[in-house]
Ligand binder design. Structure first.
Ligand code: GLA
Length: 361
């Protein structure tokens, strides 16, 4: 039987952080780093999965007997478990995975794994699954099987976003719009080297706090609280007020960012990114000191339109939007000053939206 090849990218989020589980707006784009899957059908119902990055024996199980193991194999099991629950009939398979999406950097290696695996299964077993339905299945695998209560941004980005365009997404309706990034812009992804972990504590705590704030404002999801209700938000107890204020103002910023990008106003777009960071740092309290420092260093360089943390936070990476002709200078300055402050030299991955070229240094 022939091998099926599929792949899926990691993502960065340009703006719209911690809004997706409140049915809000997000604007991610794909990164050049990808997970590749090679799948070969078997004649039985056994799954044998290997990952080049995860050493050790292959991960093996019987379809229909998926059980949580707290290992990377849970992402594969989650996917076949969800497909069975949705009535799709598949057989056993061999799966070989390899990935250059770094784990724990906030670039969504888990979504890339889920989406590449689902794409390979879809092709091998000829499943009728749209790209949006595939993203939903990937998210269900992560929430319901792996046990990380994430929103849908990462899976939608991995399934639908391109590298040189922002995916403006309404996470309530899943309506999306692809907006090209200007060719003069370079997107620098600056890894703090501090790994984050989502299934665990802090992400869940923030989610619960903001849900509590939503209920205090009489809604299920903060998407339904417009910016005109900020006075009510300000009147909540301080912690709930800060959590809600972030989500409410962040949704407004994403809408403004969409307009700015459509109008080619990079200065305004960059300002909104930096404001998003301040809100995540001060109101949502999901940033960490090394990432704040990277953002401040980047923001202070000539040629930088804006910078912010990206992804769930508590570690991971920052992004900076840099005018192409300043990119090398900015990267050199950020790297040197960060390291001089006693931190490990950050890895900077820069993508040039125009050429799609990738530089890893
Ligand atoms: C993680 C989750 C996403 C989203 C972001 C924060 O990446 O997987 O669903 O909530 O955090 O914006």
């Amino acid at each position: 039987m022939r091998d099926v090849h599929a792949d899926a990218p990691g993502r960065v989020n340009l703006i719209g952080e911690h809004t997706d589980y409140h049915d809000g707006f997000v604007m991610p784009c794909a990164v050049p780093q990808r997970t590749r899957a090679v799948l070969r059908r078997r004649d039985d119902t056994r799954v044998v999965a290997r990952s080049r990055e995860m050493e050790g024996a292959p991960f093996e199980y019987e379809l229909g007997r998926e059980r949580q193991t707290q290992t990377w194999g849970d992402y594969v099991q989650g996917v076949t478990w969800v497909l069975a629950g949705e009535g799709f009939r598949i057989g056993g398979f061999e799966l070989d995975l390899e990935s250059d999406v770094p784990v724990g950097s906030g670039l969504s290696s888990s979504a890339a794994l889920e989406v590449s695996t689902l794409r390979a299964i879809r092709a091998a077993f000829q499943l009728e699954l749209s790209d949006v339905a595939l993203a939903r299945a990937a998210q269900r695998a992560e929430v319901e099987f792996v046990g990380a209560p994430v929103g849908i941004m990462d899976q939608m980005a991995s399934s639908l976003a391109g590298e040189r365009e922002a995916l403006f997404l309404d996470t309530r309706t899943l309506a999306f719009e692809r907006i090209p990034l200007p060719s003069t812009l370079e997107l620098a992804v600056i890894d703090s080297g501090v790994a984050h972990q989502h299934a665990g504590g802090d992400y869940v705590t923030r989610r619960r706090e903001s849900e509590k704030a939503a209920h205090a404002l009489g809604v299920e999801r903060l998407r339904d609280v417009g910016i005109e209700r900020l006075p009510e938000v300000e009147a909540l107890p301080p912690l709930l007020s800060r959590r809600a204020r972030h989500v409410v103002t962040e949704n407004a910023r994403v809408l403004e960012a969409r307009t700015a990008l459509l109008e080619g106003d990079l200065v305004q777009f960059g300002r909104l990114l930096s404001a998003s960071h301040a809100s995540l740092r001060d109101d949502y309290e999901v940033s960490i000191e090394p990432v704040d420092l990277l953002v401040a260093l980047a923001d202070a360089q000539p040629g930088v339109f804006g910078a912010r943390m990206t992804g769930g936070g508590f570690g991971g990476a920052a992004i900076a939007l840099v005018s192409h002709d300043h990119a090398e200078g900015v990267e050199g300055a950020v790297r040197a000053t960060f390291a001089a402050g006693g931190h490990r030299e950050p890895e900077i991955r820069a993508t040039e939206p125009s050429a799609g070229a990738e530089r890893v240094s």
